[in-house]
Design a protein around this ligand. Sequence first.
Ligand code: SAM
Ligand code: DTB
Ligand code: SF4
Length: 330
Amino acid sequence: MRYTLEEIQTIYHLPFTTLIHKAQTAHQKHQDPSGVQLCTLKSIKTGACPEDCKYCPQSAHSDVGLEREALLDTETIMKDAVAAKKGGATRFCMGAAWRRVPYGEQFDSLLETVRSVSGMGLEVCCTLGSLEQDQANALSEAGCDVYNHNLDTSREFYSEIITTRTYDERLDNIRKVREAGMEVCSGGIIGMGESIDDRLKMLQELANMDPYPDSVPINALIACKGTPLEDQKFVDSFEFVRIIATARILMPKTMVRLSAGRTEMNDELQALCYLAGANSIFLGDKLLTTANPDTSDDYRLLNKLGLKALDPDEARAIHARADAESASLA
Ligand code: SAM
Ligand code: DTB
Ligand code: SF4
């Protein structure tokens, strides 16, 4: 189904009550309404990234005072993976501040890490920058289930934020990920100074992919000191919730991840995001380089709301059932 921008604008600007109702209707049909996917992030190669993404504390073009780190070895990463599993995460996401994934020793070490984490029974996600097709294939074969590669914003606003790569390079990389048989995780950042239409155009790009991404992370900009976006105000709560709801309506089968920015959100706002169709979060006190809420606070809120950790097998069964129902109605 190809959405026009006008159709998406109509959804986004619905009365808030109707918007949430529509998002919930899609959510109740296609998702486990009581399940929240718990993912843990680990920065496996930090800082000194040659890309000039204005939002990112890891860009070498920013001056954040971040300690740079070489690629971590398998043993070190496995300690975090074990802790993540103990903490209740079902997916372990590894991020590297690379423009392109390197070949040679570093890639071999990465593959060993992927095999080890996958062998523990955790879903594995990697976000490492641009890949060659043979690297995508090798990652997939080693057990990487998902690759995260965000569009981040609209095609039109992209060059305001990043000049060292193009939107088409991003889309091309996503095609390689699919070709290799990995799930696609792709979303963006809200609150960088883009217009509402830029946000909707980003959702349009994502929703019109065939198929659309399996997960869509929606990040609220964390304005880090030393980045060109350090003075951006935190995104308006209701604009943020509207984006989550619109994403849920356009992509009913995707996992909508309430990603960066939760430390700035109170319980009520996070609950609104769940109501709008978010069903995935990062669990653990750190994202890649910035803070995330305490795990105990996250569990406290989930308990208060009667939500629980999503069982990946149960989620797949619900998705398949909803698909079969939709097919029989078609
Ligand atoms: N280097 C790889 C890439 O760019 O695809 C992977 C790591 S990169 C840090 C992953 C994502 O983190 C970015 O696409 C962006 O959406 C998000 N991100 C980075 N800095 C952020 C910030 N300050 N606030 C919110 N999201 C951020
Ligand atoms: C995504 O969309 N958000 C995560 C994950 N994918 C890799 C990263 C958020 C990073 C926030 C800034 C930091 O901690 O460095
Ligand atoms: Fe590098 Fe990714 Fe940060 Fe851009 S977002 S500077 S590519 S780590």
